[in-house]
Design a protein around this ligand. Structure first.
Ligand SMILES: [Zn+2]
Length: 252
């Protein structure tokens, strides 16, 4: 079996391969389906993309959801053609790195192929052969042309175009080295991103009793908020947002 790019998709067993190291920083157990199924499909190319992201930002990549069985995908109301069904997709979050920054880097490395979707507190990345980009931060999926604005070495000379407020004149700015650009502190959000509230990791203990997921909470005036949708999807429940009635319909 091969993924959209021709790279092999390998079927692993949660029970016997769980601790198997797929790359420097990723193990099989991070990609298992949330319903406890033993089989787990993982595309080699996906691992390489995730390891590239891990190396670039230098912080752990938390895999919130990767492989999904058809039954589990249907339960959480995933798209019937979801890349998660084929082991070619992962929903990831990086501590201290906003999803938009992750998307911009994923755009940079995937370029003309693969799927990149931005959500309020995670990023979907997949290695499909064609190119797909979307924004689902509002809870409704909207197609977008892409996530330009990667501030790495390759694009450093184009930084003048962005005109960040409060930035020193570009002429006096030293060119970034590869090492510097890998440090999260060097990554500036683009003007598209509203100023984020301080983030607080929230650990969710999943119902299967053996795994936990860390969601990104937002600390506003002393209270930590987690999106209902993120929480429910993590737990495998369904939540519909009714914008007209301003209500949340839960299916717990
Ligand atoms: Zn996804």
């Amino acid at each position: 079996m091969t993924g959209g790019d021709g790279m092999p998709v390998v079927t692993y067993s949660r029970s016997t391969d769980g601790e198997k190291q797929l790359s420097k920083n990723f193990k099989v157990r991070e990609f298992v389906c949330g319903d406890g199924s033993d089989s787990v499909l993982i595309d080699d190319d996906l691992i390489q993309i995730l390891q590239n992201i891990r190396d670039h930002f230098g912080v752990p990549v938390i895999v919130n959801s990767a492989y999904r069985t058809h039954a589990h995908n249907a339960r959480i109301k995933g798209s019937p053609t979801s890349q998660h069904l084929y082991g070619t997709a992962a929903d990831i979050s990086l501590q201290g790195v906003p999803p938009l920054i992750v998307c911009q880097y994923a755009e940079h490395i995937l370029d003309y192929r693969g799927g990149v979707g931005i959500y309020s507190n995670f990023t979907h990345v997949d290695v499909r052969a064609n190119r797909s980009r979307w924004d689902e931060r509002s809870g409704i999926q909207v197609s977008v042309s892409g996530f330009p604005g990667y501030g790495g070495v390759k694009n450093a000379r184009n930084d003048d175009d962005h005109a960040h407020a409060g930035q020193a004149p570009s002429g006096s700015k030293p060119e970034r080295t590869q090492a510097e650009s890998n440090e999260p502190a060097q990554i500036e959000p683009t003007p598209m991103e509203p100023t984020p509230a301080p983030k607080t990791p929230v650990v969710v203990y999943k119902p299967d009793g053996e795994s936990t997921v860390t969601l990104e909470g937002f600390n506003l005036q002393g209270s930590v908020y987690v999106q209902v949708r993120a929480l429910s999807e993590t737990l495998g429940y369904t939540v519909d947002w009714d914008g007209k009635q301003v209500t949340v319909n839960k299916d717990f």
